[in-house]
Design a protein around this ligand. Sequence first.
Ligand code: ATP
Ligand code: MG
Length: 392
Amino acid sequence: MQANKTLDVYYHDQIVGTLAETPDKRIAFQYNDTWQKNGFSISPFSLPLRNDVFVPNERSIDRFGGLFGVFADSLPDSWGELLLDRHLASLGIKRGDVTTLERLAYVGRSGMGALEYLPSKESDFDLKNIGIDFDTIAKECEKILSSKQSEQLDILYKMGGSSGGTRPKILLSEADKEWIVKFPAKNDPEISGKREYDYSIYAKNCRISMTETQLVPSSVCEGYFKTERFDRHNDEKLFTITFAALLEADFRAPSCDYETFFKLTRALTKDAAYDKEQLYKIMCFNVLTHNRDDHTKNFSFIHSNLNGWKLAPAYDITYSDTYWGEHTTSVNGKGKNITDQDLINLGVAAGLSDGYCRQCFNEIHEKTQALEHYLNPHNRKTVIHRSFHERV
Ligand SMILES: Nc1ncnc2c1ncn2[C@@H]1O[C@H](COP(=O)(O)OP(=O)(O)OP(=O)(O)O)[C@@H](O)[C@H]1O
Ligand SMILES: [Mg+2]
């Protein structure tokens, strides 16, 4: 392994292993000896805990910049990548000149989840006393999305450069908790923050586990969505991994069915009832409230030594259409015209009782009626399967 083409991966100050670039630009990984004895597999299907040099397959080059999914999770998505590219441009560095390993080095210790990459290339900005005016941040984000110059690039990069997802975001520390605040993307309506907040309240009311959520007031729109981070707890970094990473799947394309999600959840959580019930509820909620952007990066697991693998709280739950007008993750093979029986069949196949699945569907159907004003009537109709309601 050449010295300048490697990067060490850390978790809670312990070395997990080393990443190294191969001649064809894939990024190989090897666990450290001590981690092999005392650690856990950070991606059980792709990186079992053994003494091996793991090389990702060729598809990883397009999908994850040549990385295994678990490391690609640490890279920012489009928004953070845009900020990094602008930041590098301001330093005279061209986008094409930065390798995947260097991008991870820019993430350094500040990535989502618990993995850290050293030696890091994180920039040292002084963010003390900058004061935060959310409307100003939203305006600066908009400027960046419109390819204009922003005076606040350094601040935005430091505050949100390592965040995932498409929408502009900042990461905040407030009241002893860590938070994400989301700002609208270019084509998002002004209600998008309020709508995501409303969805979170209804999801919680349907007994879907989510972190604390708030609506930040604004004088230019109906507010910004703010959510507590589930990858931070009492100053500790929790290990998280997305479904996309675990499955080495392309999250941009429809590549999965909820059936796979159930299999994955059952395998990792040792068939824990709570986790598969949560997944069932999220699936029903997504279908009933037209959240079609249910891609493999919008679901995660958390690992801890104490609890093993647990489904992470739900996130990115809001009204969304997709380019192709169907759910990104299919239900019983269908991306649209999904019936309640499709949902129940999947729940039952995952080992939940028929009674539980029906009762749970009914409850979510009932409790989400008030979100109807966000849906166009046609959307709602597609999920009501009359024969079922006639039967119960
Ligand atoms: N409460 C949370 N705690 C920790 N991580 C979170 C939380 N909410 C979201 N994330 C992480 O941040 C990423 C982006 O968040 P989110 O999916 O809400 O943003 P988005 O820009 O709307 O995404 P998309 O590109 O799916 O539209 C997620 O993929 C997830 O990894
Ligand atoms: Mg998302």
